[in-house]
Design a protein around this ligand. Structure first.
Ligand code: FCB
Length: 454
């Protein structure tokens, strides 16, 4: 292999960008859309930084044509987005909302006309409020309604959309929605957290079954956020603490999905907080996946004495305060490849928030983001060389958007959004990423001198 082709990805590697409905669409109460828990949460004073809401967000609902055109210009070939459940089913079940359905018809058709492959996420955190009022994920019936909704979407769009994921990051829904309360619905109750976590997996299983019955010709998966965990020192105590941390956060997701069990050490430690599991649940949860989506942002470094370290000496951090550590992505992919029988993988999210500013030339010179993506792509490439069946990479995010409890204060986009005018401006990282896509990887120039080139 010549040195200039060193970082070229496999043929048909899928290059993409990702978004989520509540973070970009706006139009929160238009055309018959029902209220979601994120509408309710963001309208509750004190929940979101600066009192921001997703009422308008990137106004994508009204700018869908422009946004698809932008992707086409940037050469983005795959687009991961989510359907707002309450836009297509205002009360979460029953009748479909025609205008909501037509919105996604239009998005899908425009993507396909532009040669962009759609990847749909069915649940990216915006539970219809009407179902939350019935107990949300704590109520097992809601899992059945989720499966009905999933099947309805597959029936409607499955002729055109082949890639489907059920739930985005059950870990975040459970821990941040139900334990720390920093995300909707804002509950702080550890017992509920673990029951919701389990019920999400059951809902995923019910949906998988219903989707496959609705359409045989689709690929189905789930998206998990995983946290590679390292020991703070060589001591046996720190190693044990790191292993425990891995089981608690990542094993708790991977084991039920891929091995039909929960990690025993964590189950025992949970005591009365362990979830109620009904007969048949584990088989439902562990049905074969067509792919697994992995979201990776940061690792955890753990010591027996201090738990997860807040500051790691010499580390670099993004504007979220998340440590930048690309090699952990390689380690993560290689570890799960060793320890589990995996379906094909996608990195369904990876990216960084930085304090981007427009300079006098009207551009956004986000060299740090380029470095971040480059280093993670190199790590992913190395994992592929080492035998990981990684099929694609989706950058988070296409656009700057509503970053949940942080509101608009954190910018993750390849494309800058001026929230006053809704003007979109591709950042240097967007131009750089489009060259990576065109070359199907990083040649020496793009990988080593990236920021100077754009
Ligand atoms: C992930 C979420 C996504 C976005 C990124 C930064 O956990 O799935 O919506 O907020 O973090």
């Amino acid at each position: 292999m010549s040195s200039s082709s060193k970082f070229i990805f496999p043929l048909n590697f899928r290059w993409g960008a990702a978004t989520a409905a509540y973070q970009i669409e706006g139009a929160w109460n238009e055309d018959g859309k029902g209220e979601s828990i994120w509408d309710r949460f963001s309208h509750t004073p004190g929940k979101i930084a600066n009192g921001d809401t997703g009422d308008v967000a990137c106004d994508h609902y009204h700018r869908v044509g422009e946004d698809v055109e932008l992707m086409r210009e940037l050469g983005i070939r795959n687009y991961r987005f989510s359907i707002s459940w309450s836009r297509v089913m205002p009360s979460g079940r029953g009748v479909l909302n025609k205008k909501g359905i037509e919105f996604y018809d239009r998005l899908i058709d425009e993507l396909l006309e532009s040669g962009i492959e759609p990847f749909i996420t069915l649940y990216h955190w915006d539970m219809p409020q009407a179902l939350q009022d019935m107990g949300g994920w704590l109520n097992r019936d809601v899992g059945k309604y989720f499966a009905d909704y999933a099947a309805a979407m597959v029936k409607r769009y499955g002729d055109r959309v082949k890639n489907w994921t059920t739930i985005n990051e059950p870990w975040v829904v459970a821990h941040l929605g139900y334990r720390t309360g920093e995300m909707a619905p804002g509950v702080k109750d550890e017992k509920q957290c673990y029951q919701v976590f389990h019920n999400l997996f059951v809902a995923h299983g019910l949906a998988l079954r219903a989707m496959r019955e609705a359409h045989s010709d689709i690929q189905c998966g789930i998206v998990l956020i995983l946290f590679p965990t390292e020991a703070a020192s060589n001591s046996a105590q720190d190693a044990a603490a790191a292993e425990y941390g891995w089981h608690k956060d990542s094993g708790w997701q991977l084991d039920p999905i891929l091995k039909a069990v929960y990690p025993t050490d964590i189950w025992n430690a949970l005591g009365s907080f362990a979830p109620q599991v009904e007969p048949g649940d584990m088989a439902l949860i562990s049905q074969q996946l067509d792919f697994l989506g992995v979201n990776y942002y940061f690792r955890a470094v753990v010591s027996a004495e201090k738990g997860r370290l807040e500051e790691i000496p010499g580390a670099c951090y993004t504007d979220m305060g998340w440590e930048v550590h690309a090699d952990s992505l390689r380690q993560l992919l290689e570890r799960i490849n060793r320890e589990y029988k995996l379906p094909p993988l996608y990195i369904t999210e990876n990216g960084a928030a930085y304090k981007d500013e427009k300079t006098n030339d009207g551009r956004i010179h986000d060299a740090q983001r380029i470095h971040y993506i480059r280093d993670h792509l190199l790590a992913a490439h190395e994992a592929i060389q080492n035998g990981v069946d990684l099929r694609g990479y989706f950058c988070w995010s296409l656009l700057d958007n509503f970053e949940w409890a942080y509101g608009y204060s954190k910018r993750f986009g390849l494309v800058h959004v001026d929230y006053g005018t809704q003007e979109r401006t591709p950042k240097d990282s967007a131009r750089w990423y489009s060259r990576v896509i065109r070359r199907n990887g990083l040649d020496e120039v793009l990988s080593l001198k990236a920021p100077m080139l754009v």
